[in-house]
Design a protein around this ligand. Sequence first.
Ligand SMILES: C[S@@+](CC[C@H](N)C(=O)[O-])C[C@H]1O[C@@H](n2cnc3c(N)ncnc32)[C@H](O)[C@@H]1O
Length: 476
Amino acid sequence: MDAARQRAERAFQRYRGLIPDWPAFLDCMTRPLPATVWANPLRTSRDAVASLLAEAGYRSQPLAWDPLALRLPADFAAGSHWGLLAGLYQSQEEVSRLPVHLLDPQPGERVLDLCAAPGNKTAQMAVAMANTGTVAANDVQRGRLTAVRQVVKRLGLVNVSTLVRPGQEFPLRAGAFDRVLVDAPCSCEGTWRKGAWRREDPPREVDSAEREWLAARQLDLLRRALQICSPGGRIVYSTCTFAPEENEAVVDALLREAGASVALRPARVPGFPGAPGITDWQGRRYDVRLEGALRAWPHAADSGGFFVAVLEKLDGRALARVGPGPVPPSHPVLERIQARFDLPADAFAGLVCHGGEGRYLNLLAADHRWPRWPAPETTGLPAVGLQVKPPKPTTALAMALGDRARCNRVELGAAAAEAFRQRRPLSGETIAGGQITGPGHVLVAHRGYTLGVGRWTAEGMLESQFPKAWKRNLPV
Ligand SMILES: C[S@@+](CC[C@H](N)C(=O)[O-])C[C@H]1O[C@@H](n2cnc3c(N)ncnc32)[C@H](O)[C@@H]1O
């Protein structure tokens, strides 16, 4: 038996009795995890992403159960293709898409992502809601929210506010939410295929004290989710671990406490080979309804491991419903941007402005209802930098609205687009198409997709204003 298989056998021995087809499970845990990406429907389609990746030599397979997602070989590095920085797709493991699929957030709703960073599920819910309504993305670690904001900018999301609070104390004054996701911190055993199996020394084992601590924190998070959810609303609890102590036991404890005020709904996804939840573990019995929870065993779908339970709050305290904030529908700089790029009259329809006095003017979905208190860290999409003259459209705005520009948008070939992303100046001859009316900001596109903003100089040069921080993230 090879070393990787032995490591997996040691690490997961405690689950042997739970796992259907133990040898197949061990085989799977010694193979690298296939990559998964999903097309950003605000900007493109799954077929278009598949074609762009195929041209670059990456063969993908559409996922049967998920109309946006594509599976790629394990060695596909999502950042190795320019489409990632252009916001055409997002990388997210297949099973990590199950919780939001089951949360089923709808346009216009108010949804809380209690443990949001790095923001994969935040983004998934924001696009499922067609970039309307409210996604409150909260995480206890301020530093980790940077990743959430990066996703917001790259994908062009106008319905996300970010907050930093311990989820178990998330203020009830934030008002009622229609749906709440608790994608809880956990012992992460289901992510083993991301690389742990390859390491000589497998990750430190989780001891029983740590499991107890995690389970207590998970239950506290779930309790707060139940309190803040509207009666009739849905709560999804998920982890990426196999441990019943962090999965069924946590939901079982909540069901006992909440009695008739909460129901467990079946977590089934047509086309995905999920297994039922566990009702019996190490001599402890859990509520039989937990069979309705979903376990993703890695060898069933050649994926990572996940657990998802879907709860419905039947009755209980209803918190105040929060209305849209007092924000102006427009700002004079938007008119200038509209004129410079000859954007259609409805380019900013359904959006309002926020923060016009600070560094950035942000754009928000008009029906966004962020919490009055706690004040969010950020709200909406940073659209215009106000501290430079003339005010500068951000890369995020360029990517979100640029395809509708009818002038001052230039198309670049592959080499020039790469130079633009590397912030190198370009001469006029490198521009493959588009019309420029005079010096000033221009939108820069490749293959019809807007990549960012440049400045056309009086001397006929195109200066790249691609963000320095994004350049650092480029593949070498
Ligand atoms: C499994 S990760 C979430 C992944 C994220 N939902 C996604 O799909 O990208 C768990 C997150 O919970 C956060 N966290 C840990 N304890 C927390 C708490 N008490 N309240 C809120 N967030 C917490 C961690 O910082 C971590 O970012």
